[in-house]
Ligand binder design. Structure first.
Ligand SMILES: [Zn+2]
Length: 120
């Protein structure tokens, strides 16, 4: 029971290997490989990370508004248009960003698009 309480009080962290380029109050979308985020709702913390050396900086917070699950190549245009990394608002830019995070990433892979409102 105590573990459940802790889970509710500490929001999950959304890690990103690029700046969070939307402003407080705006809606943003982020693409996650796989379905780990498919059932997530509620508040999240926004973390900008580097890999070598590994570093994590919480830059803000948000609240999940909507989640879409499907193949990368079928991601709806209106979700692409609100990508929180501005260079990823076009398909080729987003694909490049995914391949930076996941070398060899294929367009047929299952993804979860998380739409959130930035609150901090
Ligand atoms: Zn991080």
């Amino acid at each position: 029971m105590e573990q459940e309480t802790i889970k509710k009080e500490i929001p999950p962290v959304m890690h990103m290997l690029h700046a969070c380029e939307i402003n407080v109050g705006e809606l943003g979308s982020t693409v996650r490989k796989g379905t780990k985020w498919a059932d997530r709702r509620g508040p999240i913390e926004l973390c900008v990370c580097t890999r070598e050396p590994e570093n994590h900086t919480i830059v803000g917070a948000g609240v999940i508004q909507y989640v879409w699950v499907g193949q990368f190549g079928e991601m709806p245009a209106r979700l692409l248009a609100m990508e929180h990394e501005l260079s990823s608002r076009i398909y080729t830019g987003l694909l490049e960003s995914m391949r930076r995070a996941y070398p060899g990433f294929a367009e047929t892979e299952l993804i979860t698009v998380v739409v959130y409102k930035r609150t901090e």
